[in-house]
Design a protein around this ligand. Structure first.
Ligand code: ZN
Length: 119
């Protein structure tokens, strides 16, 4: 999964994925030499969905996952919260499925007090 990346590295990650999609289309066409335009288009649509899902993941997660250099303080008691890793969830979008992730913090003192920093 993507961690915070510079804009240039997000672009490079996208181009890498786009290149992979194109290679997959070439390989698919090699295996289906007699495919009609409609069949090629159908395959491309499938692969585009996958690429768009991954692209949005790079765009969103690569920009900011909410993790902070200094731990945030608990709203209830003011104590420093501890970073508990990343929570992931899948969004089924119009253009593709994307796995999003956010940093997850928990207050060690107030049980159950959790925070997903906005971003
Ligand atoms: Zn607390």
């Amino acid at each position: 999964m993507t961690r915070r990346l510079s804009r240039e590295r997000r672009r490079a990650a996208f181009l890498e994925k786009a290149g992979q999609m194109y290679d997959e289309m070439e390989n698919w066409y090699d295996r289906h030499e007699r495919a009609s335009f409609g069949e090629i288009e159908r395959e491309a649509r499938e692969q585009r969905r996958e690429l768009m899902g991954e692209t949005l993941g790079i765009l969103i997660n690569g920009r900011d996952t909410g993790q902070q250099a200094l731990a945030p303080r608990c709203d209830q008691c003011g104590q420093e919260m501890s970073f508990e890793g990343y929570r992931r969830w899948e969004v089924h979008g119009l253009e593709g499925d994307t796995e999003l992730e956010r940093a997850y913090y928990v207050c060690p003192k107030c049980r159950g007090e959790t925070l997903f920093p906005p971003g």
